[in-house]
Design a protein around this ligand. Structure first.
Ligand code: G3P
Ligand code: CA
Length: 229
């Protein structure tokens, strides 16, 4: 069962920072998940639309220059990572789930992904691109049919499974609040991997393992390893 560190090892280090990603790898997570925005032809790693919660900056990501974003403290002296920085924290055999929170130009977004991958040893096959915005995933699939895609879904998981099946996606990513054993069976019957977010309680980890879930997103990868492996 995959253990994907949600925003890195984000219980012990500032979320979506290099520190959190490196710690997750030290704790032997299978890989990491992080959130991204497209700004001036770069892919920036941060969760919220606004800067206040996780940095010492102010305003919206989409109205910020790269220079300003680079100047901010994202916690414990860490900079907001760009995609290349985040991927650079991972060994070649780690999995990486890039969640798209916002983008404005899909061809450029894909070029940026390619450019980042050229700097690192990680194979393209270890990347899963996910989003709650299924229109973007559909367009990405048209442009790059070989890229692994994960359909994120929170309220209507059956629709997520149906969309993922039609898209020929790699996986469906379902909230812990709505997953049940039948949904796991349904996803697997369609040949999809099913990954569940966000799972920090050992009892939930064990339950999902018993249901045959393929992986979890967790803020506590060290705890997940103790429970699951
Ligand atoms: O990708 C799973 C999960 O991260 C989606 O929710 O709000 O944590 O990005 P959120
Ligand atoms: Ca996320």
């Amino acid at each position: 069962m995959w253990i994907l560190a949600h925003r890195g090892a984000s219980k012990q280090a500032p979320e979506n920072t290099r520190k959190a990603f490196r710690l997750a790898m030290e704790q032997q997570a299978t890989g990491i998940e992080f959130d991204t925005y497209q700004v001036e032809n770069e892919i920036i790693v941060i969760h919220d639309r606004r800067l206040e919660r996780t940095t010492n900056g102010h305003g919206q990501i989409n109205n910020s220059s790269l220079e300003y974003l680079r100047s901010l403290d994202a916690g414990e002296g860490e900079q907001i990572p760009f995609l290349t920085d985040a991927l650079g924290c991972l060994p070649a055999d780690a999995m990486c789930n890039i969640e798209i929170k916002s983008l404005y130009d899909i061809p450029r977004w894909l070029q940026c992904l390619d450019a980042s991958l050229q700097h690192i040893a990680m194979p393209r096959d270890n990347i899963i691109v996910s989003s709650f915005n299924h229109r973007w995933l559909k367009r990405i699939h048209q442009l790059e049919p070989d890229l692994k895609l994960g359909a994120l879904t929170s309220s209507y998981p059956e629709e997520g499974v149906e969309f993922a099946r039609k898209l020929n996606a790699y996986s469906v990513h379902v909230s812990l609040d709505v997953v049940d054993e039948e949904l796991v069976r349904m996803a697997k019957a369609e040949g999809l991997q099913i990954l569940v977010f966000t799972v920090d309680d050992p009892l939930d980890m064990q339950m999902l393992r018993d249901w045959g879930v393929d992986g979890i997103f967790t803020n506590v990868p060290d705890e997940a390893r103790r429970v699951l492996l």
